[in-house]
Every structure is written in C-alpha cells, then in structure tokens.
Design a protein around this ligand. Structure first.
Ligand code: M6R
Length: 636
C-alpha cells in the first residue's frame, strides 16, 4: 500500500505545483513587506518581490526610495499592476527602498492609506495591527503631529520621527519607538539621510532577512526574496534588525545583540516552504496570531468597534433557523458556531456532519440559510450537502479558505477565512480562522436580530481584536506543552473533557491527537462522563480537561473529582483563576491567559494543537502527511 496520503484535486488549485506555479486561489490574506539595501536601481527588484507577495493582499501597493537625498514614494490603489503603471509614468531612482502590498485592516483601501507612510524624514511599511494605535495617535496629535491617513501604521512613522526630533540617531529612534508598540507587527523603516540603513522589526507576523552579495534584503517570507537570495535569517518574535548593505545586526527589545541562524531556503523551487520550522503544521500553528487577525479584520472594524456590513443574500433578522454542515475539524468549528449563534443572536442552528446531513432527509425551508464550512472548499460530502440545500431553495454561505473552490463558486456568498495556504493535513490555522469568522458573524447576527446592543457589540469586537495577542502569548507556553506531550506519547488512550464550547474543542483535541500521533483519543462532554466513559478511567488513561474559569467551571471540577477518585491522571488546561480555585490534584496544569468568553475557543485551540503536534513528533510519525489521510477529501 502506498503510505503517502493522496493529494486530490482541489489541492493544487490553491497551493500551486512544485514548480512554483501558483494555483487559482490568489487569496488576500495579509500584507507583504519588503526592504532592500541594494547597489543598483532598486524599484525593479522591489516590484519583483511584491509580485511574489501579492497573495498576501492586493488592496493597494507602494514603494519608497531615497532619490537624490530625499524620501520619495509612489503608491497606487488596487493591484500591483497599477503601481507598475505608475512607476512607468513616474520612475523612481535610488538604490535603497521599501515596498508594500496591502490587505486593508485599518482604513479603506485607497491611495492615501497605502504604504509606505512618511513622517519628517521617516518612511515605513507595516504588516499587522498596532493595538494601542488610538492611544498613541491621541498622544501624537497633542504633540502637534498631523495624520494624513486612517491607518494604524502612521503612528509608528510619527513615533520614530518624534524620537529623531528629540535628537536620537535613526537606529536608537526606531528602538525607542518600537518599545511603545503593542500588537502584532512586522516593520521596515527607512531614513532620509542614510542610504545604507533599513531597520526591520518583528512581533508576530513573519520577517526574514535575505543575505546578498553587497546587498541585503528584508521580506515577509523567503518566497519573496527567492529571486535574489536563498540565504535567509528568520527574525524571532521581539527581534529587530539593523540592515545595511554589508551587514545585519539583530537585537532583542532590550537592545541586547542576539544571534539568529542563517539558513538555506528552498523557496525557489517551492512557492510555500516551512520557513525555519520542522513541519508545516508547526509553522501553521505559529502563523495563527497573524492569520486570525487578518480574518477578523475582514469581518469587524477594529477602529469603530462594529461588525462590518456584509453583502449577505439573506437577512439574519428574517431567518428562522440556520443550518450548518461540514466535515472533521470544520464540523467542530461549526459546532462551536452553534453555541455562538444561539447565545449571541438567539438564532437556532441545526448542525450535522455533512455525510449525515445529505442523507437524513431533514425538513428544510427556502426561507432559511445554510452555511458550509471547509478549508479546501472541495470536500465531497460538504459539497453534496451544499447542493442539497441549494435544491431546497435555501440561501448558501460558504466559509472557505480557498477562494476559487467549488463551494465558493456554488454559494450565494463566500465568507472567506484568510488563513493562507494550509499544507499540513491536520487543520490548525484554518480551524481558528473558521472560528474567527463564525464569532464575528454571530455578533453581526446578534445586532441584526436586536439581541446585542451597539455597546455590547463594541465590547465583543474589542474582545475579538485581542485574540491575536492572546494567541501569541499561548505560543510561548511551548516548552511546558512539549514536556507534557512527551509524557502523553507514552499512553495508548487519552480522554478529552469539556463543557459548553469546550466540548467541541475536546473533540477537536481528540481528533488532532488521533490524526497525527495515532494515539487513540475521545472527546466527551464532561457531564457525560458518568454515563459511560468513566468505566475507562484508570492510571493508564490520561484525562485532559479544558476548563477556563467560566460560569460552569465548578461543574467541570466535580467531573475532575470523579476522575481523580478513580486514579485518573488529569491534565488541566485553564486560566490563573481556574488554577487557583481547582481543588483536585492534577498531573499538570497549563495556565492560559484570562480571556473574554467569546474568544476562549480560539485561544484554547492552540494548546490542544500543540499537544498533538509534539506528541506526534515524539511518536516519530509523519506529522504533515499522516497515514491514510488526504488534505482534501474529494470522494464520498
Ligand atoms: O477541507 P475541509 O475543511 O472541508 O476538510 C474537512 C476535514 O477533512 C478536515 O477538517 C480534517 O478533519 C482535518 N484533517 C482535521 O485536522
């Protein structure tokens, strides 16, 4: 038997082939940034890199250089081709430059909001979200700085300029400004008067340094830099770099010099590579703060705190029910969505795995809507369920990651997840992006149905905007989770328990573990324990309990007591309050940040993914292509 998972049709449509030809997705996922300290005219090189980054966004593009000693820029709304035209009409000289391709988060996609942004001798490009931008903007306005765009990025340009005005040299000015920033960002900063300096910084979104011969590069990924160099250094979170023509120095946020490995990238032959990670799954787990933020920004407006109006073919206020159908991890995302739609919008949801949905002959109403959730947009059962509902005259929404997939084409509205290509067979970032879409839509539905007030909407949107930062914090628990996973990998069976939205999450934890580590695992509603599974409990069956300190925490603690009384070993995933109040002895406790209820499933998804990932690594399985599975299941 062939032990390689089959790669079925639909896969190449997104990921492109191994020769590097991109597929049909062309999805907007996130901004791309580039910086080049070169030795020849730099704009053609920047355009080359931006072309390779365009999959990250094409709302606008821009480039800035130092031309005859002055900062100069060209920007254009829309696709890169518009910028190319602009540069043909008005070329830019200069051997140093920065460039940007934008996927809009703060501010509409027009030329004024396009990067690079300028402030007194400073030019900047940015990918990510500056969370404290409103507070910084007020402070800068008080100091007399005028804002010409609606972006969060412009505060960074002014912050650096203010440090320069206070007498600091460029590198120190950038360092001081970076210390003020909260949120997720990758930045490239250029200074008038220094044609041999770009400062790069990373906190969350990726940033790579490319080493050339007498020229140096910065880019959002190695793919962008592949035409010029394969010699890459990946910045780590909190790093910032002083990039000059012949040298690169990397520092941590305290200004201490740090060493980062230089490595050969395979990006010329593969459009998508693992970066400095061992597996795609690991890389995709770590991409979550960034892709969650981009997905959320598609559905909610972080500035005004409202959910964005969507061009839906139905009115949430007028439908009586919502049907959701999907397979595997996407189904579990839908199940969490059910809790949200019913809680925040009082909208009843029927949800089924697609292989059941299509055959169980449920009564459907043409006045209702149906959502189909799928990373690939090609899963056979989900597609068949979609067609079944379409026949019944229902309005169809497709929550898909592949924008040009069959489901997207056959739906009335595409509700995209902006996760970017997911290569690992185990779905990770697609799942948390699906949750991000569903949570945002539930808020939107709640407002439409008069269940949520504008004030409550603001609070919920604010909570959603915090998800990327919390996700970043959870990724830092890697060492503890790896140690626990080593222990887990010694067992044959594992039980996951949770209540409320943590019940579907318990099933997702079990699915991940089964799928890639081949450890048998089950996910149960904690309250169901005594109706059967408790018979399995002994010292050979670790029980992972997902229990943030919420209104039903005490109920879950009772279930933990039942486990402990029977010699079961408990691994508790909770927050600081939960850890302080739990009265049961645990084998291990993973303490996550105290997060708002609506984002809890998004944040608690990360440790269960990491547990499965490390367990699989210890088991020595084929993490990215586990046996018998395919990324896209296009057969029934
Ligand atoms: O492409 P889809 O989201 O429709 O795929 C659905 C399932 O096949 C998928 O989520 C599967 O369960 C994952 N491999 C789980 O990690």
């Amino acid at each position: 038997m062939n032990d390689q998972p089959a790669i079925k049709e639909g896969y190449l449509a997104f990921y492109g082939d191994k020769a590097g030809n991109s597929g049909g997705q062309g999805g907007k996922t996130m901004c791309g940034i580039v910086g080049i300290v070169g030795h020849s005219r730099v704009t053609p090189l920047i355009l080359t890199t931006l072309k390779r980054l365009e999959y990250r966004g094409y709302d606008s593009a821009g480039v800035a250089t130092i031309e005859h000693g002055e900062l100069a820029r060209r920007r254009a709304e829309g696709k890169l081709i518009n910028l190319e035209r602009r540069l043909k009409e008005e070329p830019l000289d200069g051997t140093i430059g920065i460039g940007h391709t934008r996927w809009a988060t703060h501010g509409v996609p027009n030329e004024t909001n396009a990067h690079p942004h300028f402030s007194d001798g400073v030019a900047i490009v940015h990918n990510g979200i500056i969370e404290n931008f409103a507070e910084l903007r007020d402070e800068l306005v008080r100091d007399g700085y005028a804002f010409s765009s609606q972006t969060d990025t412009e505060v960074v340009a002014h912050l650096v300029a203010r440090e320069l005005a206070r007498g600091l040299k460029p590198v120190e000015a950038a360092h001081q400004a970076l210390k003020r920033l909260e949120g997720a960002f990758a930045l490239a900063i250029m200074f008038k008067g220094d044609e041999d300096l770009i400062v790069g910084a990373r906190n969350g979104p990726p940033l790579a340094v490319g080493h050339g011969d007498g020229e140096m590069f910065l880019g959002s990924d190695a793919i962008a830099l592949a035409p010029f160099t394969n010699s890459i250094t990946y910045l780590e979170d909190g790093d910032w770099a002083v990039v000059r023509r012949d040298s690169v120095a990397i520092f941590d946020i305290d200004g201490n010099k740090v060493e980062r490995k230089r490595q050969q990238s395979l990006s010329t032959s593969f459009m998508v590579d693992k970066g400095n990670r061992r597996h795609f799954m690991e890389k995709e787990i770590h991409e979550q703060p960034e892709v969650i933020s981009h997905t959320l920004a598609h559905y909610v407006d972080f500035v005004s705190g409202v959910s964005k109006p969507l061009d839906l073919p139905f009115d949430f206020a007028r439908i009586g029910r919502l049907a959701i159908s999907a397979c595997g991890t996407a189904y579990l995302a839908g199940l969490i969505g059910k809790y949200w739609f019913e809680r925040y919008a009082r909208l009843p949801v029927d949800i089924d795995v697609a292989s059941e949905f299509r055959y169980r002959e449920m009564p459907l109403s043409a006045n209702d809507a149906a959502f189909f959730i799928s990373q690939s947009g090609e899963t056979a059962d989900t597609l068949a369920s979609l067609r079944y509902c379409r026949k019944a005259g229902m309005k169809i929404g497709a929550v898909v990651n592949v924008r040009e997939s069959t489901m997207a084409r056959e739906s009335d509205v595409v509700l995209p997840t902006l996760a970017g290509p997911e290569i690992g067979v185990a779905s990770t970032k697609a799942f948390t992006c699906q949750l991000s879409v569903l949570a945002s839509l539930a808020v939107r539905a709640g407002v439409a149905r008069g269940v949520i007030s504008r004030e409550q909407e603001k609070t919920l949107v604010r909570a959603l905007s915090e998800a990327p930062r919390y996700a970043n914090q959870v990724l830092k628990l890697e060492e503890q989770i790896e140690r626990i996973a080593r222990e887990l990998s010694r067992y044959k069976d594992v039980l996951y328990l949770g209540r409320d939205t943590n019940f579907p999450l318990a099933m997702e934890g079990a699915l991940k573990l089964k799928e890639i580590s081949y450890i048998h695992a089950e996910g149960y509603a904690a309250g169901e324990l005594k109706h059967g599974p408790i018979a399995l409990i002994d010292e050979n069956m670790p029980v992972i309990v997902i229990a943030p300190h919420d209104r039903i925490f005490e109920k879950t603690v009772s279930n933990m007591q039942e486990v402990a009384a029977r010699g079961g070993k408990i691994i508790l995933i909770t927050d600081a309050k939960g850890a302080a109040q739990v009265s049961v002895k645990t084998m291990e406790t993973i303490i996550l940040p105290d997060v708002p209820e609506i984002i809890s499933p998004i944040i608690y998804a990360l440790p269960i993914q990491m547990l499965a990932y490390f367990a699989a690594v210890f088991m020595g399985t084929d993490v990215d292509q586990p046996r018998n599975l395919a990324k896209s299941v296009t057969v029934e």
